[in-house]
Ligand binder design. Structure first.
Ligand code: PMT
Length: 216
């Protein structure tokens, strides 16, 4: 430990929840476990940690400052505020909803016709905004894919201008979303490292070590 003493890490975790009406929303299967494990590993490595969490049912790790958010737009605002205030490393583990309902109904939508249509609009890309920020931290993304995992991840590393991307294959149920385990291929410009199947706690420790080495 002590690898990250004096560093401020900001980590996003969990899903976001995009309201349709007062009782309904769009979301995904992220449990927050990967992001919370990273927050714990970073705190144990001596970092000051800000954890920006979507709606999840997890306890806050020791010595971690947690900010709860609901929608992607809230996560975007909280993330940019943290970067503005100054952070050294930003890790985006969150499964941010790519789209949100264009309007949120003020009242519960009533059942009427056989078909109804929901119009969606793109959410802001949080990590891309962080990577373009004037006070840009060392920026690490995640990629959850079900096919051509490495190719898509390399595309995201470039297009979002990241320093590193950790990819997981989420086509099975033994890793990725909601599992207690994960396996990652971590890619950076000019190199990569495979972190084979292990608990999210162990994977988090290994990824934090890799980040500490590469950002120094
Ligand atoms: O939470 P768990 O149940 O433990 O599951 C962990 C996980 C599978 C969610 C996690 O390991 C993971 O892969 N997270 C990224 C999931 C994802 O949806 O990635 P993406 O390919 O859509 O996005 C790529 C990167 O851009 C991610 O770092 C994401 O946080 C970021 N992003 C995406 C969209 C957006 N609007 N803003 C973003 O910052």
């Amino acid at each position: 430990y002590d690898l990250l003493t004096g560093k401020h890490l900001v980590i996003t975790a969990g899903p976001t929840r995009e309201p349709i009406d007062p009782v309904r929303y769009l979301t995904n299967k992220s449990s927050g476990k990967m992001g919370f494990a990273l927050a714990q590993a970073a705190a144990e490595a001596g970092a000051r940690v800000t954890l920006i969490a979507g709606p999840v049912a997890l306890d806050t790790p020791n010595r971690v400052n947690r900010i709860d958010v609901v929608r992607a737009e809230d996560m975007h605002e909280a993330s940019l505020k943290a970067v503005e205030e100054g952070c050294d490393i930003f890790i985006a583990t969150a499964a941010v909803a790519d789209y949100r309902p264009t309007v949120t109904a003020d009242h519960k939508i009533k059942k009427s016709t056989e078909e109804i249509h929901l119009t969606l609009v793109k959410n802001p890309d949080i990590i891309a905004a962080v990577a373009c920020h004037a006070k840009r931290p060392f920026t690490v993304g995640f990629a959850a894919e079900t096919q051509d995992v490495i190719e898509y991840a390399q595309g995201k590393l470039k297009s979002k201008k990241l320093d590193m991307i950790a990819t997981n294959d989420v086509s099975g149920t033994n890793v990725g979303f909601n599992s207690d385990n994960n396996a990652l291929t971590v890619i950076w410009p000019g190199g990569h490292k495979v972190l084979p199947l292990a608990s999210k706690a162990q994977i988090a420790k290994q990824l934090i070590e890799l980040i500490a080495i590469r950002q120094s």
